[in-house]
Design a protein around this ligand. Structure first.
Ligand code: UQ1
Length: 415
């Protein structure tokens, strides 16, 4: 039987952004004021997927049961959003319930859309096809399985032209695979290509130069402004289309193919023209995170139309701003809201103990925490990525206590 319930704050989505938000407001508001809506039974630490795909971590290190991720003092509605009704301050759920709210935070994330590439799903589901992706908890382990059985030939890594989670990850997995081949003494038996829909390897000049140099040192062939359209397992060919001239189609033979499908927001958001833009992203003010039209609605994380790279680090910085602003709006205080500067960070793992630490803002200017050149590969950054950030995530970020390294940056840059 469908139910109607109401709450002070509804948080839609229990990923990184939703859990952190619910935790912060669970502490601020009386018990049962915050409802966190998500049907998932498990919570993944997705930044670890690259390391799992590269064989450097085990899958069980990135996953926890959802009831451990849901913060205390928060009511978990184990259901998913079917439709948003911002004019009526309510949502409908897949189980037919209605949840009304005073305030809502939309944190539904984005997901890869496998159907956008013909033949991809079948290729991923076929063991030994050579086709893999680290972008899914279902296929991430297959990535290392396919890598282990690769004996030589064409190795292709792709990236779409549209926004994805962590735009650096398609190259990280390539560098880890390249190193794996060297360790197995078969690097000379492989031709490695990186085919991207974008015109550059990275959107910040400083890191773009570093990544270009690395690709050229490692004899990795780069192809720009081409999006993958289909995969043929029979001929072992991938078909790509130019992003500039859609008539221009080409094919590449592969023996190993790491694919990143285009991403999209869940249909409930994508199909809602009151909340989302034409690409399906929640329309928020890029500084305050408040919805453009519905002032009791805020957005955070990958589903928001923020013009910055979609990472856990970006979400950490957004949680601090969101907390201040939503609290202020709840209190009816009309003074100026806090502003998010677009901070995001991408630890560009370039080998089994090497990492470039990209950090930048909306203007695509580097905003580095450490007083060293972060554009150089360092072991320290790898160690931070592999061993420090996971516990920071589980014990601080998910609990709403980690708002990014801004304070650390100020301290380290004193003097
Ligand atoms: C970060 O804050 C964060 O969130 C937990 C990440 O996600 C896993 C990151 O990868 C990075 C790099 C940061 C930024 C932190 C520092 C200390 C630079």
């Amino acid at each position: 039987m469908s139910r109607v319930r109401s709450c002070k704050l509804l948080v839609v989505g229990a990923g990184s952004a939703g859990c952190a938000t619910a935790a912060m407001f669970g502490r601020l508001l009386p018990k049962h004021s915050v409802v966190l809506l998500d049907a998932a039974k498990e919570h993944y630490y997705q930044p670890m997927f690259t390391l799992i795909g590269g064989g450097l971590k085990n899958f069980n290190q990135c996953v926890r049961p959802m009831n451990e991720a849901v913060p205390k003092n928060v009511t978990w509605a184990q259901d998913s959003v079917e439709s948003f009704h911002p004019d009526k301050d309510c949502v409908r759920t897949a189980q037919g319930d209605e949840i009304s709210y005073d305030f809502m935070v939309v944190a539904v994330g984005i997901r890869p859309n496998y159907d956008k590439i013909e033949g991809l799903k079948d290729a991923l589901d076929c063991k030994g096809s050579g086709v893999c992706t680290i972008y899914s908890p279902v296929y991430v382990q297959k990535t290392f399985e396919e890598l282990k059985v690769f004996k030589g030939g064409n190795m292709i890594f792709t990236q779409p032209s549209t926004p994805i989670k962590c735009a650096g990850a398609p190259q990280k997995i390539m560098h880890l695979a390249e190193e794996h081949l060297r360790k197995c003494n078969i690097r000379d038996k492989a031709e490695i290509s990186f085919i991207t829909g974008l015109p550059v390897l990275f959107s910040v000049k400083k890191y773009e130069e570093a990544l270009k140099d690395l690709a050229s040192q490692k004899s990795i062939h780069t192809v720009f402004e081409k999006d993958v359209k289909s995969i043929n397992l029979g001929t072992k060919e991938v078909t790509v289309q130019s992003t500039k001239n859609t008539e221009e189609i080409s094919k590449y033979k592969f023996d190993f193919l790491h694919v990143v499908p285009p991403h999209q927001t869940p249909y409930a958001l994508r199909g809602n023209k009151e909340l989302a833009d034409s690409d399906g992203y929640l329309t928020v003010n890029k500084y305050t995170l408040q919805h453009d039209v519905y002032k009791n609605v805020f957005g955070i994380g990958d589903c928001a139309n923020l013009p910055t790279s979609k990472t856990a680090a970006a979400i950490a910085a957004q949680t601090g701003v969101l907390y201040k602003n939503l609290k202020q709006v709840m209190e009816g205080n009309k003074s100026k809201l806090a502003e998010y500067d677009g901070y995001t960070s991408c630890p560009l793992v370039t080998g089994q103990r090497k990492c470039i630490l990209a950090e930048f803002d909306y203007d695509r200017n580097p905003l580095e925490t450490f007083p060293v050149d972060q554009g150089k590969e360092r072991m320290l950054f790898y160690w931070m990525k592999a061993h420090v950030l996971p516990p920071v995530y589980w014990s601080m970020m998910l609990r709403g206590y980690w708002h990014g390294p801004a304070l650390l940056r100020k301290i380290l840059h004193l003097g």
